[in-house]
Design a protein around this ligand. Sequence first.
Ligand code: ADP
Ligand code: ZN
Length: 744
Amino acid sequence: MFADVSFPISTYRVFTYSVPRNLEDRVKIGVRVSAPFGARKKVQGVVVDLRREKRFKGKTHPISAVVDETPIFDKALWDLLNWVSRHYLTPMGQVMRTAVPSRLTSSYSPPEQLMVRAVNGLGENLSALAESSPRQHRAMKFLKQRRDSIPVAALTSVIKNPWDACRALERKGYVTLARVPRIPDVSDLSFLPIQREIHFTPAQEKIMKGLEAWLEKKKFTPCLLHGVTGSGKTEIYIHLARRAELQGRRSLILLPEISLTPQIAGRFRSVFGDRVAIWHSRMTSAERAWTWKQICEDRYGVIVGARSAIFSPVRSVGLIVVDEEQESAFKQESPAPRYHARDVALMRGKLCGALTILAGATPSLESYYNQAVGKLSSIRLKTRYGGASYPQVDVVNMTEERGETGDYDSVLSRLLIEKIGERLKKGEQAILLQNRRGFSSILYCGDCGHVEMCRNCRISLTFHKAESVLKCHYCNFQKSLPRTCQECGGTELLLLGAGTQKVEEGLRERFPGLRLVRMDLDTTRRKGAYTRILTKFAEGDYDILLGTQMVAKGLHFENVTLVGIINADTGLYLPDFRAGERTFQLIYQVAGRSGRGEKPGEVVIQTSNPDNPAISCASRLDLERYYNICLSEREELTYPPFSWLAKIEFSGREREAVEREAIRFGGSMVNKPEHISALGPAPCPIERIKNNFRYQIIFKSPKKKDENGSKLHRFLENVFVNSSFSSRARGMGTYVDVDPASLL
Ligand code: ADP
Ligand code: ZN
């Protein structure tokens, strides 16, 4: 027998191997195997086809080993991976590497550790030991104070080399030793388990009944649950997941970045206990391997996870939820496959006959549109649970403010300062958003206008005050703050563009003794830091939580009655057709953090563009209006959801070579169907990242009745896959991004 194997490399070719007799009954389509490849003895790949005769002319090598004891995919999941491979124009081997990282196998066994416990009823008398062996005596004294067994390794705090001592003690009958698997503790995410009795309100009840009926049908039902924050969506997911369990089916709950939404994970934990698996990017590899194996063994009813959880090898999926479906974190940017978990979720739902809920308070424009045209069933939850009212919003025009106060460097308006002061007096809390970390994002020369840029990227360097360095937020290049302009030698250097650190400094100057905590990438790098900050904030240890968009997501604090948006314009003018949508969503979401309890909330939005529709609509919390403005703009410019989009990016060290390659590619598209337009080749808006120059071509194919995206796909497949264009140019990367989330 012969097997075609796909490896995790960026070629669409598959390689033929012979299947040794003794492996014949275990080598199946969809199973991972290892085989000699190139110069390497054993490389993991996946079997994509099996046949009796050999079609390949050359010499074939035998497969060395089978990685998976049993196929890890059922048919639906295998079909899903094939769809991902086709849709995102990514070889199967690479899809597999994302869906099933190579360290995960269903036969994983965790490392073992040696546990020790004191034998019961030893009496108090250990004096014999005290004389013959003082080390063992010390260990015994320690062990006797503990009722349970402890890892032998834990005794290192008491004596050196406890293993020897424990073995000796075992021989003498003082202790028992046991080897147990060291199962990773995957529970540290359960942040403030919240248990409360739920009686659904009539509005919730009505929605629940409809959803339950869909779930009972066991058919693919895609819908958009558009519900304001705090309307009880999470309670609905929990309830539905329970119902799915009763049907013997499993639930996949996808959250944008789970380590950023520990409260929701915690709520699932408190209801499902050990039946819920948590899956996210910050797990250690042991935690991952262990969880994955347990998933294979069908130990969980619910998987709560970040985007890659959509590939969990659960067998019978009844419910899929994509919460905050508009989040760009659902899109994998690198490496390939550059998939969007929301779209993969819809496909998985289709293949499994699952109720598939896309949910959020600020849906993506695509889903909003799909619901309007009936592709997604529409479910609305218009009111917050408990009747908490909408916050009162004030907009401060910062251009006028600065004109009036004459303080052109200030980041805090008088109104915001006043409102913060009120909160401090009343013992209430505030959340402040400044969606940019560091101290200031630009070092500007007042004499010549030069802006200090990264050596490797076309990005200005951000000043970090605590370390007194300039840093690149793309490649982490650092340099110390120059005294004079690198260009003209001038000394008039200005720090412009406030980041979170500068806002923090301003607040501390204004309110001495302020209990403020800053939450951005710089303060949450260490594992658990994020949860720690939020726990302390929830417990009232801080008055103010200041941070980047991290503070906008899924948080629920009843004592927060003020939200301040320091600069609503950050990101508004990025050269990307989704910039306005993103800005609107962020403002709308963070505004929803205010007044979630009994006390009414307030929001202060600081902006220099109060008339920009994204900002004016967000300040009136008028989503429909903004989305309709946005939709007509997109329609006019044939952007999604009115077209299919794909981006081909070229990158490499030498600008000329990259440009040449992009132009050559442009010229090779002889059979481009007329209705597909190609923009470019042109330099990407961020022309250089990490020393790589970048060019792009964007393909747009208007959605018409007869175009479901397949024409664009076929065309791309021809130019990109079949000609294996990418392999020709040396030292150059060429990649395709289907349905790109960003054009930067
Ligand atoms: P969303 O997910 O839409 O933001 P949540 O499900 O988090 O909303 O609900 C907001 C808060 O209201 C949560 O603390 C939740 O437990 C509570 N809640 C929602 N509905 C009910 C209900 N019917 N009974 C009791 N508490 C509820
Ligand atoms: Zn850089």
